[in-house]
Design a binder for this molecule. Structure first.
Ligand code: GAR
Length: 197
């Protein structure tokens, strides 16, 4: 069984998609052993709690320096002895030490077709705002391995989603989540759990 830890920052709809996929057998050979949030009081923690998954907050606000926060985050992750770390809307830069220790064992979901609309400053709704501003007719989502760059690691899966007339950033975000993210992330975990990558 692949031991999976999920890192979150907010709503946790991608976490929910993973929880549901483990429950309904879309993901096999994997168990969710822990959820860590960098923010208190977010919906993602409620989702973890409801699913009976051990969960905790490791917030930079509780540490005197970024270095100490990074150390605590790495210790928190290590304690779950994960085989795979999933960044599901985790909007914190991953410490280099974690990337070294978990090389090819960290994946991220990004709400665009990389290499478009990715890198520093492109996260959450900002990605969809930029896509609409540029006037692209197709966007989508990408699951990729995490390396030391921002959204630069090897791509595992991508799915295209159309941009439609009248889209607002929120409408587009919802379509990208429903049609791409919530399917791609469970599919990637299932592939890794079954050594199909
Ligand atoms: C998702 O759209 C995810 O792709 C994005 O944040 C959202 C989190 O939603 N991640 C990034 O932008 C990473 N650069 P969720 O908390 O409901 O899963």
């Amino acid at each position: 069984m692949l031991r999976v830890v999920v890192l979150v920052s907010g709503g946790g709809t991608n976490l929910q998609a993973i929880i549901d996929a483990v429950k309904d057998g879309t993901i096999t050979n994997a168990e969710l052993v822990g959820v860590i949030s960098n923010n208190y009081g977010v919906r993602a923690l409620e989702r973890a709690e409801k699913a009976g998954i051990p969960n905790q907050v490791i917030s930079p606000k509780d540490y005197a320096s970024r270095e100490e926060f990074h150390k605590a985050l790495l210790q928190g992750v290590d304690a779950y002895r994960p085989d795979l770390i999933v960044l599901a809307g985790f909007l914190v830069v991953i410490p280099e030490a974690m990337i070294d220790r978990y090389e090819k064992k960290i994946i991220n979901i990004h709400p665009s077709l990389i290499p478009s609309f990715c890198g520093t400053g492109y996260y959450g709704l900002k990605v969809h705002e930029a896509a609409l501003e540029r006037g692209v007719k197709v966007t989508g989502a990408t699951v990729h391995y995490v390396d030391k760059g921002t959204d630069t690691g090897p791509i595992l899966l991508q799915k295209a989603v159309p941009v439609l007339p009248g889209d607002t950033p929120k409408i587009l975000q919802q379509r990208v989540m429903e049609e791409a993210e919530w399917k791609l992330l469970p599919a990637a975990i299932n592939q890794i759990a079954n050594e199909a990558v």
